[in-house]
Design a protein. Structure first.
Length: 93
């Protein structure tokens, strides 16, 4: 059994409202938009040359701004950046 597109959308919306409550829907849409934006800016950052200045997430060695890898444990910029991102995600979860 299939619904016309409009009815289907209304049904989906009704289910979403039942699940989250009508008041939460704009909030949910906002946070989804924000997540999408952050995802996009994350992708952009990934292609740019990253500065990994600051303490290393693996060995806590202070990494100079010009370095592309940790002088303490030799982890490269990509590993350091993703480890930091994972740590941020854990904090906000
Ligand atoms: Zn290190």
């Amino acid at each position: 059994m299939s619904f016309p597109g409009g009815t289907e959308m209304l049904l989906v919306l009704a289910v979403v409202m039942l699940l989250f409550g009508a008041k939460k829907v704009p909030e949910l849409a906002r946070s989804m938009g924000r997540a999408g934006k952050e995802f996009k800016s994350g992708l952009k950052e990934d292609t740019a040359v990253e500065s990994v200045e600051g303490p290393c997430p693996f060995c806590n060695t202070e990494i100079p701004a010009s370095a592309q890898f940790c002088p303490g444990c030799a982890k490269d910029a990509k590993e350091i950046v993703s480890a930091r991102a994972a740590a941020v995600l854990e904090k906000t979860a």
